[in-house]
Design a protein around this ligand. Sequence first.
Ligand SMILES: Cc1cc2nc3c(=O)[nH]c(=O)nc-3n(C[C@H](O)[C@H](O)[C@H](O)COP(=O)(O)OP(=O)(O)OC[C@H]3O[C@@H](n4cnc5c(N)ncnc54)[C@H](O)[C@@H]3O)c2cc1C
Ligand code: FES
Length: 340
Amino acid sequence: MSHSIALNFEDGVTRFVETRPGETVADASYRLGINIPLDCRDGACGTCRCRVESGDYDGGSYIEDALTEEEAAQGFALACQMRPRSDLVVAIPASSAACKTRAQAFEATLEEVTRLSDSSIAFSVSAPPGLSFLPGQYVNLRVPGTEQHRSYSFSSAPGAARLSFLVRDIPNGLMSGWLRAAQPGAAMQFTGPSGSFYLRPLQRPVLMLAGGTGLAPFLSMLGLLQAGGGPAHPVHLVYGVTNDADLVGLEELERLAAAMPGFTFSTCVAAEGSAHPRKGYVTAHVAPAQLNGGEVDVYLCGPPPMVDAVRAWLSREGVTPANFFHEKFSPSGAGQAEAA
Ligand SMILES: Cc1cc2nc3c(=O)[nH]c(=O)nc-3n(C[C@H](O)[C@H](O)[C@H](O)COP(=O)(O)OP(=O)(O)OC[C@H]3O[C@@H](n4cnc5c(N)ncnc54)[C@H](O)[C@@H]3O)c2cc1C
Ligand code: FES
């Protein structure tokens, strides 16, 4: 049986390769011209050691010098030996350039642009053949008619016929301005997928914290969870915005909560004059039980000041989550996903 392997490089680029039945991850990668670190090809040197983030595999045979028992127990494997038993996500300890590859380029057609509020626009494009991504990842989209690029996270789940995005309408913003006048049928170009901010297999409760259009990657993650029959552990989302008009996507969140008993969410608005029942920042609306004494995976996405504020708040609360993944929607367009 063939399996899809997501190779995540250190620079945030992800390439997907399909293994043939019985093929190792290294052989499949080289067949497609992706030169991941490799030397002996025999399980002896450890050059091809990588970390498997999700999926099942047969680790093959190797000597202790190449991979210790402890490393294998921690999820490390040898790409030259491992044969997948399911789709895998594998972190490669090298940059995409060092492996003679880079993010793939795609062309798509703008299908729909919808103004959701004064401050938010949703748009979708046709899904080009050959594009795979992990829920939470983003692409670098060329602003049509320019040589400028902007990063946008998918709000649609992997496998959907259309790729959807949720964008804050920035006055004087280049991409924002283009979207305001955009018509379906326009040609779009992007490279990707990129980013290490993606949903890992659920091993404990999950707390999602979204700021503004930082909701987008969570919609993608939740869509995938729903397609998989719902989360195996409780998932709670706190979605905060600055002004009442920024609160969008509520119907979709309500639909997801109704479809998945394990998923709950709440919203809040920071502006003083807001009519919303819950005011303030997301951190004011996380119940202690949702931090579960640190036995929780926290995912956070929003503008850079929010990410910094949540980090400081966790530290003040004395809570160290089992995993803390975050992505800053920095205006520069440079991807800044990190795990700590
Ligand atoms: C990894 C990653 C993923 C991202 N995903 C998304 C996403 O899914 N949805 C989304 O809406 N954005 C996302 N962003 C931000 C996005 O890439 C753009 O920066 C943003 O949409 C502004 O682009 P623009 O061309 O409209 O404005 P620009 O032409 O880039 O900016 C015009 C002016 O507005 C300022 N500005 C830019 N952004 C803001 C802001 N948020 N608040 C105040 N001033 C600002 C700029 O500094 C500049 O002065 C992401 C960023 C990163 C790094
Ligand atoms: S290349 Fe030497 S152990 Fe895999």
